[in-house]
Design a protein around this ligand. Structure first.
Ligand code: PLP
Length: 390
């Protein structure tokens, strides 16, 4: 399998060949079964091959797979209304990925800056952030590894340490060109970093004071994963722009940029677009996914199961010298070790468990929202000895 491809080597060596999934489980080409504690990196929140999503995809595919955005697309309109009502935002632009959702946000920030007569509208972004791999979003990303080789980077970004309000206030005093802040409510790729409880509210206050847009990248935190449909709903504030992707289509590519108030009115005909953005099949998957999340109250499930997993790992790993921290919100969990631990990914796969390591030394767990208590117990029982032996 590995030899039989002509793919560019962007992902390095890939050991496993996954061919089938059901719920929290996937199977490889040899029929071996794995408990999936990663969900395709926070994508399949409803688990694999969820019947409602599969049915919605199949029915839409049998009706109309694609038509241009030159025409009204009823299922796209329906998803925009469902997202508006669930989020409290006003308007939606659909793309096909997280990076595209953030590109739309960045363009809205620039329109906002130009409307304020700023020549080089500048967005404050954070160290350790991850916003995507397009040129603008890799510039916004706070990780040199993602940027290296792709210079020149895009103008119009200034960086602050994450979870550091003083740094943002210093930028505010010194830079009259700021138009927006783009920030993850919890940093995912950056190592499941959870800011101070008032961080987002204080950013909100700064944005209000300076007429900046607060733009939250909810691509990993959204879609129910952290205990509410969008993380900001737990923080008692509204952003001006919020971006979604990953779990929105439960595996079908879709990204969304939501905007509110004046930020929702900046895009004009001809400003922005996408051939596939808001494709009928993707929107049917998105509608079905949102419906299941709401009907089964999966945000509450994510919060409860996440709390259980955190407590169980904390208890199981108590006294383990290599563990620096067990942290998370809902089903976005990080176990930080004292040294790089990428090899644990293969060791876990050998034991039939899919995990991820990010920021070199943080085991990242993003299980599906539908994971059962018994499966969660199995996750803890499989991973704990691997960490203890590391
Ligand atoms: C917070 C965040 N933003 C943006 C992205 C980019 O999304 P995509 O890979 O769909 O372009 C990711 C992907 O990991 C992400 O976690």
């Amino acid at each position: 399998m590995a030899d039989g491809s002509a793919l560019m080597n962007t992902y390095g060596e890939r050991r496993l060949t996954l061919v089938r999934g059901e719920g929290a489980w996937v199977w490889d080409a040899d029929g071996k079964r794995y408990l999936d504690a990663l969900s395709g990196i926070a994508v399949c929140g409803l688990g694999h091959a969820h019947p409602d999503v599969t049915r919605a995809i199949a029915e839409q595919a049998a009706t109309l797979v694609h038509c241009s955005n030159l025409y009204n697309i009823p299922v796209q309109q329906a998803l925009s209304l469902a997202l508006r009502d669930a989020s409290g935002m006003d308007k939606v632009f659909f793309g096909n990925s997280g990076a595209e959702a953030n590109e739309a946000a960045i363009k809205i920030a620039r329109l906002h800056g130009h409307a304020r007569n700023i020549d080089v509208p500048t967005i404050i972004v954070m160290e350790g952030a991850f916003h995507g791999r397009t040129l603008a979003t890799l510039t916004a990303t706070g990780n040199r590894k993602v940027q290296a080789g792709f210079e020149p980077l895009v103008r119009g970004f200034v960086r602050a340490p994450y979870d550091d309000i003083d740094a943002v206030e210093t930028i505010a005093r010194n830079n009259p060109d700021i138009a927006a802040i783009l920030v993850e409510p919890i940093q995912g790729e950056g190592g499941i970093r959870i800011p101070a409880p008032d961080y987002l509210a204080r950013l909100r206050a700064l944005c209000d004071h300076h007429d900046w847009l607060l733009m939250l990248d909810e691509i990993q935190t959204g879609n129910g994963r952290t205990g509410s449909l969008f993380h900001y709903q737990q923080r008692g504030l509204m952003p001006d722009v919020a971006t979604l992707a990953k779990g929105l289509g439960n595996g079908i590519p879709i990204g969304a940029c939501l905007a509110r108030g004046k930020a929702a009115e900046l895009m004009r005909p001809g400003n922005h677009g996408s051939t596939f953005g808001g494709n009928p099949v993707a929107c049917a998957a998105g509608l079905a996914t949102l419906k299941v999340i709401a009907e089964q109250n999966l945000y509450a499930r994510a919060a409860a199961l996440g709390a259980r997993l955190r407590a169980d790992f904390q208890a199981a790993l108590a006294g383990c010298d290599s563990v620096r921290a067990v942290r998370g919100e809902g089903l976005m969990l990080g176990i930080e070790l004292g040294r790089p631990c990428a090899e644990l990914v293969d060791r876990a796969a050998d034991q039939g468990l899919l995990i991820n390591v990010t920021a070199d030394s943080v085991i990242r767990l993003l299980p599906p929202l539908i994971m059962s208590d018994a499966e969660a117990d199995q996750l803890v029982a499989t991973l704990t000895p691997l960490i203890r032996a590391f």
